[in-house]
Design a protein around this ligand. Sequence first.
Ligand SMILES: Cc1cc2nc3c(=O)[nH]c(=O)nc-3n(C[C@H](O)[C@H](O)[C@H](O)COP(=O)(O)OP(=O)(O)OC[C@H]3O[C@@H](n4cnc5c(N)ncnc54)[C@H](O)[C@@H]3O)c2cc1C
Length: 443
Amino acid sequence: MPTVDVDTLIIGAGLTGLSAALHLGDGYAVVERAGHVGGLAHTHVEQGHHFDITGHWLHLRTAEVRALVDRLLGDEMVARDRRARVYSHGGYTRYPFQANTFGLPPKVAAECVMGFVRARCWDRLSAEPAPPLPPPRTFADFILQRLGDGIARHFMFPYNQKIWTVHPTELDASWCDRFVPVPSLEDVILGALGQAEQRLGYNAQFAYPRRGGIARLPQALRAELRGPVELNRAISGIDLEQRIATTGEGVAYRFRHLVSSAPLNRLLAMLRSLPDLVRDAAPHLRHTAVTYFDVAARGANPDQPHWSYVPEPDKPFYRVGSFTAVEPAMSPPDTRSFYVEISHQGEALPLADAEQRVVEQLCQMGLIGSPSDVLFVRRRTIPVAYVLEGADVAPARRTILEYLRQQRVISTGRYGAWTYAAMEDAIVDGMNAAKQIAQWRAS
Ligand SMILES: Cc1cc2nc3c(=O)[nH]c(=O)nc-3n(C[C@H](O)[C@H](O)[C@H](O)COP(=O)(O)OP(=O)(O)OC[C@H]3O[C@@H](n4cnc5c(N)ncnc54)[C@H](O)[C@@H]3O)c2cc1C
């Protein structure tokens, strides 16, 4: 078997792996299962339509990543203010739902506002002091404490049940502060009157390449690398004692350090032997799959929502977005494109007539005029899409990642570290992995 000697083997050429390679500078080989770089930050092209793997909008919070993206893509990037909507009760309201109840049936809006007031403004309604509340333990606690039972019932519970495939009572509250916008009383009242400030939440603005889709970002990262990126090579077995990783194609890599951005559950399955503690922790790593539909249709759509959240139980999808509403150059002139996302457990979506339902429901939502406007629909699946943050996950993840670190293996990125994170985090994770390897190399 041909053997390659390398200081650091990097599994995966998604944003995490590419960033690790860029920040290491040398002494690495990147091995990637797919025929392209980017991982989930990839863009399929069909008949001139560019489809990312569902919406991949870049939300930049850290100065370091902002500077890197500026250096790599500079004028190629455009900045956009989010035009996001919620489709519920047969119509559109603005996102986030919790601060934009204007336009809902009045009874629904009143239940949402009053529920919020009861949950958050007890002191102003009652002579009694507010009962002390423990920090929210589950996602459902978080929703009820911070947003109230009306918003829970009319949006947060049904929407989140769809995206996570489990009820919010089954999820931990640890990730919510960053990702779930919590409005003030003023936001909620102004929002009920149609006067809300539209900048609430982590994704109020985003950056996006003017042409070519999100794939431009990993392509630009790859162009800066000095070391090899081997495509169409999947690591299938790892012997940590011998420090050898082998691919299904019959190549062996002898390494000192390993950085893996493959899903953590799959990395564990590649390891030749595991201590009992780690083996026992592995079943706690649960996740959803997402099947998504790329839809191309006639007619431009510059004024439509960039994306819409869909809590309605009669529609199987939780979100619909439009690449052309963000950037018309994503498709040929006078056409539009959409992505439609359905979460599920297990590898295959158990819904045979999904394409037809998706088209009918896009028409019902007013996003497409009629089914005859549709040019094509393509179905694809992300087998590991959202990790499920149950209460048992944090200790299991800690046990596994600590064991790997002791073996000088860094499992990182959204799936490597088994967490809920965005593209910017992947770039930061790659930087941090490179720093750790540099320390190990020096020690
Ligand atoms: C539905 C959805 C929507 C999203 N929307 C956004 C968004 O709008 N904005 C945002 O910032 N983030 C978004 N994200 C998150 C974003 O996609 C990720 O945070 C980021 O792309 C993770 O990068 P990564 O490199 O860690 O992982 P990945 O992109 O998964 O890359 C891992 C790579 O490892 C390779 N690999 C796996 N196993 C092996 C093996 N055995 N051998 C060799 N190679 C292997 C894979 O092929 C892949 O290329 C979204 C995610 C999902 C699922």
